[in-house]
Design a protein around this ligand. Sequence first.
Ligand SMILES: [Mg+2]
Length: 279
Amino acid sequence: METIALGRPTGFHDAYLFDLDGTIYLGEDLLPGARRLIEELRGRDIPVRFLSNNPTKAPAQYAEKLARLGLPTPIGDIANTVATMTTWLTTNHPDAVVFPIAERPLIEAFEAAGIAMSEDPDEIDIVVASYDRGFEYRKLQIAFDAIWFHKRAFLVATNPDRYCPFPGGRGEPDCAAVVAAIEACTGTTCRQVVGKPDASMVAQALAGLDVDPTRCVMVGDRLGTDIELAHRAGMASALVLTGDSTLDDVSALPEDRRPTYIVESIDQLIPEPATVSSR
Ligand SMILES: [Mg+2]
């Protein structure tokens, strides 16, 4: 197998976007080097933003968690699929009746945005699949009836992740499992996924910053979401080997889809001091 080299940056980027699970923390622990890197960037007044595909928490809950782990962060610096899905619906389908297969934070965001919701398959225009630990046969039946029997609803999803990583190599089935269940019984295809790697996440994360995405870097642990997002948005990318993707996964990708940098510890994204050249 081809050897993939680790690679570090030689200078700072204009802004840094970070995935959270598997990149900044795992479970209730910051990953090694995360605090050092974030404090170094903030000390230099370089914008830092966090983005997560996980729709089971609102941005405020991420802010609380980061503060608890010792990285106090303004809510506005955190973007996730609760916000992107709400924005996508209110922008593109403001009058649609939605059936969210979702936990409270997404439902509460829909309520706050005035999005109409129903469990009556005869009224539903859009089924929103997400990472929902309350997923059950009853919800699948409603989605099935709305899409297959009444032939009126279509399917969208918050994020494409197969599972959410947990400490010790464990995890929880994520949104892809819910999408697959609905697709399997209805024969439909999910029409829109708003989480990473959809570039709408970058637009949301960089909103209000006067930066050129091509001078920014996206840092994450997943090739298919974090690194692919950077590719689609024209950004540099950094894969940190503390979560999902491995060097073998990188070598399986075509060269133009590989990360700009690969590091074992996230603080290796701090540029190396210039070496003194010998004459
Ligand atoms: Mg991750």
